[in-house]
Structure formats: structure tokens, C-alpha cells
Design a protein around this ligand. Structure first.
Ligand code: SAM
Length: 233
């Protein structure tokens, strides 16, 4: 297997792993990403962390099948517990999960001193990008790159962040749309937000028919619709 065989989504994540990095791929079902990056000789050391036995076994088998047990260590562990100081990790990839789960993994890792602050974070949330960007901002991670891509009718975002000394301030719009994606507004971005706008308008219509509505919900959806319409204008 090489990087050409990765999904476009995972290849995009892999493209942001620096050459020669010590990588921790967390939630590494099949260890596809670390295996591809080592086979491509982009990196020569990785930890593949998996919390569920089945995907963990698949990752172990994939690493063995490619004779990469010297370069890739697979650990059965939750989140950043897969990392030990001797790994000297310089890049962390967390892909294919919800943004709030990725945030929780990072927050827990930070609380357990698993983050030195020198690692590049390469994150691919399936949903909940705003939640994740908000955590990154509050922890002084600057978003240095973003990508949006479509694969098999699904739209994915990749967020690359590095910790900086100064506080980071993103507006509500930057947190929602992405500070870089919201500036570029490429075709995939426009498609995503047209979809999101339609979906929120549907939610608003449903709320108008509901007998009980949580307080503030209508105002929140209306505010989001306004933000999206302004972005798309
Ligand atoms: N990262 C791969 C990708 O993007 O294709 C796999 C994505 S898969 C949908 C999510 C994986 O994350 C699953 O194998 C799941 O078991 C694992 N996972 C979920 N929570 C985790 C945690 N706290 N620590 C480690 N792995 C976790």
C-alpha cells in the first residue's frame, strides 16, 4: 500500500504530516495512515492508538502484513494515553470522528500531560468543527492550514493547528466557517454551506410546528441562518 491508495480524505490529512515527524495517529482503525506514510518514506516512526479491540487487531495485522513492526507501534489505549514520552511525538493526527470527541481526546490528553505543545495537530472532524476550533482557540492553537474536500458525496474538513505563545482570537464566523476556509470560499465550501443553510431552514420550520421548543433554540438557529446567508452573499 502507498499513499495513492489512501482515501483522498486520509491522504489530505497525511499531506500535513511533516517529513520525518514522529507521528501519533489516534483512532487508527487499520493503521492505514501511518502505514502509508512509512511506506512512502515520509516518516519512519509512528504510534497507532486504538481504543477498540477489533480495530486495534486490524491495525496490528496491517502493520505486520507490511513488515513495519519496527517503525509502527500499535497500542490499545484511549486517546493520547497511547503516547509515552520516549515516543517524542511531533505530530498528532485524529481523523474520522466528531469534533467534540476530538476535542475531548485533546483536552484529556492535555490534562494528563500528553501534549508538549510542540506537536502539530492535524484534525479531521466529521462534524462539530466549530466546537473543535473553539477549543483550539481557547488553548492558544493557531489554525495554520485548512482544507475542505468532497469524497463519495461527503464533505470533510481538515484543520491543522500549532500552539503559539500569544492568545488567539477568532470571531464567531471564523470559528463556524474556519478562518482560512471562510476566506477562500471555494466551490466545496459553498456547496457545504448551501446544504447547511437548507438544513437549518428546515429545522426552523420544524421548530415552528413543535409544541415545546427549548428556550433560545429558535433565536440560535435564526442567528446561524443569518451568519450563513451573510457568508454566502
Ligand atoms: N482514523 C481513521 C480514519 O479516519 O479513517 C479511523 C476512523 S474511525 C471512524 C474512528 C476510530 O476511532 C475507530 O476505530 C474508533 O474505535 C476509534 N476511537 C474512538 N474513540 C477513541 C479514543 N478515545 N481513543 C482511541 N481511538 C478511538
Amino acid at each position: 500500500m502507498n499513499q495513492q491508495e489512501l482515501s483522498t480524505r486520509l491522504a489530505t490529512v497525511g499531506a500535513f504530516v511533516p517529513e520525518g515527524a514522529h507521528l501519533a495517529d489516534i483512532g487508527s482503525d487499520h493503521a492505514y495512515l501511518p502505514v502509508a506514510l512509512v511506506l512512502d518514506k515520509k516518516i519512519d516512526f509512528a504510534v497507532a492508538g486504538e481504543v477498540v479491540q477489533g480495530p486495534f487487531t486490524s491495525a496490528v495485522n496491517q502493520v505486520k502484513k507490511n513488515n513495519l513492526s519496527q517503525q509502527i507501534t500499535v497500542r490499545l489505549a484511549s486517546g493520547l494515553e497511547a503516547i509515552i514520552p520516549e515516543d517524542e511525538i511531533t505530530a498528532i493526527t485524529i481523523a474520522g470522528m466528531g469534533g467534540s470527541l476530538i476535542r475531548d481526546i485533546l483536552a484529556q490528553g492535555q490534562a494528563n500531560n500528553k501534549l508538549s505543545g510542540d506537536e502539530r495537530l492535524i484534525l479531521q472532524p466529521n462534524i462539530g468543527e466549530k466546537t473543535l476550533r473553539t477549543w483550539l482557540m481557547n488553548e492558544s492553537y493557531e489554525i495554520i492550514a485548512e482544507r475542505i474536500l468532497e469524497e463519495n458525496q461527503k464533505i470533510y474538513e481538515v484543520i491543522v493547528a500549532e500552539k503559539v505563545a500569544q492568545p488567539i482570537n477568532y470571531s464567531q464566523e471564523q470559528l463556524l466557517f474556519g478562518p482560512i476556509l471562510g476566506k477562500e470560499k471555494n466551490a466545496v465550501f459553498l456547496k457545504k454551506w448551501q446544504r447547511e443553510l437548507k438544513q437549518r431552514k428546515h429545522v426552523l420550520q420544524q421548530l415552528s410546528l413543535a409544541e415545546t421548543v427549548p428556550s433560545g433554540k429558535v433565536a440560535q438557529v435564526e442567528a446561524e441562518i443569518k451568519q450563513i446567508e451573510e457568508c454566502l452573499a
